[in-house]
Ligand binder design. Structure first.
Ligand SMILES: NC(=O)C1=CN([C@@H]2O[C@H](COP(=O)(O)OP(=O)(O)OC[C@H]3O[C@@H](n4cnc5c(N)ncnc54)[C@H](O)[C@@H]3O)[C@@H](O)[C@H]2O)C=CC1
Ligand SMILES: N[C@@H](CC=O)C(=O)O
Length: 822
């Protein structure tokens, strides 16, 4: 790299949005005049935003015999005439207006020839497209003229010499440098205005430098003039850590090396046309990206040795619209020349290879190419290897479509172990499947090939992992807003600020549903107004909701089931299989067929997500967590004895014959301890589910039918619906009174006990004496006694409130935090 000699020349290039209309051009000229107070300035101008596309479309329409090309020409002319009127006082408009008219007449003539011939060659297209930059640069010059500012306008076709590769011409730098120096450096003016993008071949025929080529024109002028700097003025404040359209918290990168800028620009950071960097890098010219609409912003300085920052990754970028070509077969192993033939076949078809990866077994090579090239590539490669395919040494080329590359870029990555580990773990936790990986030995770029539909999620997840250490977004979908759900929402609302400030966690409730309706807002619902929003929500179809959760594909997604519904539990598998974490206080899934319970747990493991249900037993008490801790540390559960029903404990602690049994049960329901259907509590089913879940968590394969449930309710109480149940409880008051009196007479208390012993589980009512561990259990408390190898004599005891909407909601909240891996 050469150290440039001091120069008082700056090259400023302005993009299409910067010169989109008269008002913007005035901003541009403020910037130019400011720069010209110190240095000679070369102003490289792009076409007005949207004009190049309009010119191409006009040419294509004309070639297709569509007279409607004229509408586009009219539109192009109007845009420029309007700009003249905005820029130049009426009295002096006529010269500029007639210049626009003249250019547009030329344009019309070319288009009508294309129309007559029905053909648009690359050469003619270059000619057509050149009008965008010719017109825009002349507008800028016309304004300078009108304000009496000394300047010179030059036609870049006389200054930049290229070969005749129309559409992406290659520059002859030796001739170009001389032409530019002779013309610009020799001129007395402080401001030189030139059209970007266009050039000419040795015969003087118009060529173009590729889409985005105005940046490249800027670099060509900067190098030829040995400018002190090149500034690319655009509509964003520099290169960003990620595409701001995809990542809300993307930040401008203040300093970046040429190499990193090159990597990022190749990988879709559209602010800079990739070929721009190479020439200025070799000439050692600093390149600055600035925002025309926020000129005070620092922007991005591309330089040799940017200052070190704590960020090892400089930016994250992506390219979409890719197809992976997979060449596989045992015939390649140990045989030199296969890759050469593969790449030659692709090169013959002018297929641009974007990424290459080969397994060390040499059994397969994967190559990412643009989707538009894929079928041509398939034909070329299958023809090249026709013999090997027919003899089954190779498989026909296999194509995987709908892919994209997401890449981490940063020169410091090579000095930091663990970058790829963080990348894979962040993507893995979010169910982003990596189809291929490439990392050069220079470690400036780690590229992953993933499904295009995962790009937004992947970039956000990686941005959080590498740039937002202090900030993580959790997206929550809550189904069920009854007793517990409502309390949960209240707790989330109350804690949202705390979570953000203290844990740097942005917890967003994206969807809410009850049995009838749901409301979904990808930006998160306001928890102060959720009831109104839900009341105006859409009719709930659970499958639709699940599909929408998949389609949104938000990072760190957690589905929370606060219902008692089997159909909601039936959704878990589909969610877990897409790496959406599931938190449930609904016990249906874990108490369903063992096979289903085991499958859900295995899906969570397979898809690297969480299935959490601590509140299934003992509400927020750490029962399942404690059991898991015992097992993980190698202990073995021998026996469990427990009171697991808050409702039944409340009922037997409050019933003394003075108030009817039915009334005490009603109170338990009113206080929010019972299941939505209280018959599940009173019948012992809820307790049977809980001991089943504990036994399963302890490693036992068991079904509901294996649990011995000694009911204490007369059968008639369960014969009808809930109102009938209460009527029957009242009708059988003497039965309950008898149970109570018998226990009291013996100095005992009634407890509904769940027990597990050596693979057998049972639930039933017992009258326990004062020396029994369960005798003193107050109110709605639950207790679990774990007898294990380590806790053989005295059990490990977990005890406390085992029911109630508030505590249950808190337990769900805690699981939610665990699922978010906070
Ligand atoms: N209350 C407690 O102490 C504890 C309760 N639980 C569990 O919490 C869950 C919820 O209990 P509660 O809030 O008392 O029930 P609830 O009856 O008050 O509320 C249930 C909610 O689920 C909704 N829902 C019902 N079926 C639905 C469906 N098919 N699709 C979508 N939404 C549906 C309802 O509209 C309602 O919003 C139950 O599974 C219960 O076992 C767990 C531990 C303790
Ligand atoms: N209905 C249950 C609530 C918790 O699971 C109970 O009473 O314990």
């Amino acid at each position: 790299m050469r150290v440039p000699t001091p120069s008082f020349m700056q090259v400023l290039k302005f993009g299409g949005t910067s010169v989109a209309n008269g008002a913007n051009i005035l901003r541009v000229l403020d910037i130019v005049l400011e720069a010209a107070r110190q240095d000679t300035v070369v102003v490289v101008v792009s076409a007005l935003g949207g004009i190049t596309d309009a010119l191409m479309a006009a040419g294509q329409r004309a070639a297709a015999g569509q007279a409607a090309y004229q509408e586009l020409l009219l539109h192009i002319e109007q845009r420029h005439l309007e700009a003249v009127k905005e820029l130049i006082p009426v009295a002096s408009q006529s010269a500029a207006l007639s210049q626009v008219k003249r250019r547009c007449n030329e344009l019309e003539a070319i288009c009508s020839s294309v129309f007559a011939l029905g053909e648009l060659s690359a050469r003619t297209l270059d000619r057509l497209m050149s009008f965008g930059e010719l017109l825009s640069s002349q507008l800028v010059a016309a304004r300078l003229q009108a304000t009496g500012t000394a300047h010179a306008w030059h036609d870049s076709r006389a200054l930049i010499r290229t070969n005749s590769r129309f559409g992406a011409a290659e520059v002859d730098f030796a001739t170009t440098n001389q032409l530019i120096r002779d013309c610009v450096a020799a001129g007395p003016q402080a401001i030189h205005v030139v059209p970007g993008f266009i050039a000419a071949d040795a015969a003087g025929t118009t060529t173009t430098l590729g889409r985005g080529g105005s940046d490249y024109s800027g670099a060509i002028f900067a190098v030829a003039l040995q400018a002190s700097r090149l500034e690319i003025w655009t509509d964003v404040s520099g290169m960003m850590t990620a595409d701001p359209r995809l990542v809300r918290h993307a930040q401008p990168i203040a300093h970046i090396s040429y190499q990193e800028a090159m990597e990022l620009s190749h990988f879709g950071a559209k602010v800079l046309y990739p070929p721009t960097i190479q020439p200025v890098m070799h000439a050692g010219i600093p390149l600055r990206i600035k925002n025309t609409f926020a000129p005070a912003d620092y922007g991005t300085l591309v330089e040799v040795a940017p200052p070190r920052t704590r960020d090892t990754v400089r930016g994250i970028s992506s390219i979409g619209g890719l197809t992976l070509l997979n060449l596989e077969g045992s015939g390649m192993v140990g045989v030199p020349g296969f890759s050469k033939r593969l790449f030659e076949a692709l090169a013959r078809e002018r297929v641009n290879v974007i990424l290459i990866t080969q397994s060390s077994s040499e059994h397969s090579i994967s190559v990412a190419v643009g989707a538009a090239d894929a079928e041509r590539a398939r034909t070329a490669v299958d023809e090249e290897f026709a013999h090997e395919i027919s003899t089954r040494r190779l498989e026909p080329l296999r194509l995987e479509t709908g892919l994209a590359i997401v890449a981490l870029v940063g020169e410091s990555m090579k000095n930091h172990p663990g970058i790829s580990g963080r990348l894979f773990s962040a993507l893995g936790h979010n169910g982003v499947n990596i189809r291929a990986i490439a990392q050069g030995s220079s470690e400036k770029n780690i590229s992953t090939v993933i499904q295009a539909s995962d790009v937004k999620k992947a970039i956000n997840v990686l941005h959080e992992a590498f740039f937002e250490v202090e900030y993580k977004q959790i997206n929550v979908f809550i189904v069920g807003v009854g007793n517990v759900g409502r309390k949960l929402l209240g707790q989330l609302q109350q804690q949202q600020r705390y979570l953000l400030d203290k844990l740097q966690l942005q917890l967003r409730v994206v969807a809410l549903a009850n049995s009838r309706q749901y409301v979904l807002d990808p930006n998160g619902l306001d928890l102060n107004t959720w009831e109104d929003r839900l009341a105006q929500g859409q009719e709930l179809q659970l499958n639709d909701l699940v599909e929408q959760i998949h389609a949104l594909n938000l990072r760190n997604s957690v589905f929370v089931d606060v219902t008692a519904a089997a159909e909601v539990a039936d959704c878990y598998a589909a969610l877990l299989a897409k790496s959406v974490a599931v938190v449930a206080c609904n016990k249906v899934a874990c108490a369903s067929a063992y096979q289903n319970y085991a499958r859900l747990k295995s899906l969570a493991r397979e898809f690297n997500t969480s299935f959490l249900f601590e509140t299934n037993v003992g509400a927020a008490l750490p029962v399942i967590g404690t059991l898991n801790d015992l097992l993980r540390s190698g202990d073995v559960v021998q026996r469990m004895e427990a009171v697991l029903s808050g409702t039944l404990n409340f009922v037997f602690n409050h019933y003394d014959g003075r108030r009817p049994f039915a009334e005490v049960v009603r109170q338990a329901q009113d206080e929010g301890y019972t299941e939505p259907d209280p018959r599940l509590d009173l019948s012992g089913t809820d307790v049977a589910r809980k001991i089943l879940i504990l036994a399963r968590e302890a490693g036992v394969t068991m079904e509901m039918a294996d649990i011995d449930n000694t009911a204490f309710l007369p059968a008639a109480c369960l014969a009808g619906d809930v109102p009938a149940f209460y009527e029957q409880l009242a009708a059988h008051e003497s039965h309950f009174r008898q149970l109570y009196d018998a226990a009291t007479a013996a100095g005992r208390k009634l407890r509904f006990v769940a027990s597990y012993n050596d693979g057998q589980a049972a639930v039933g009512l017992q009258a326990v004496g004062p020396d029994h561990d369960l005798y003193q259990l107050k109110g709605k408390d639950n207790v679990v006694l774990f007898y294990t190898n380590r806790y053989a004599e005295q059990p490990l005891v977990v005890k406390g409130a085992g029911a109630g909407a508030d505590v249950t909601a808190a337990g769900v909240f805690a699981d939610l935090m665990r699922a978010a891996r906070v």
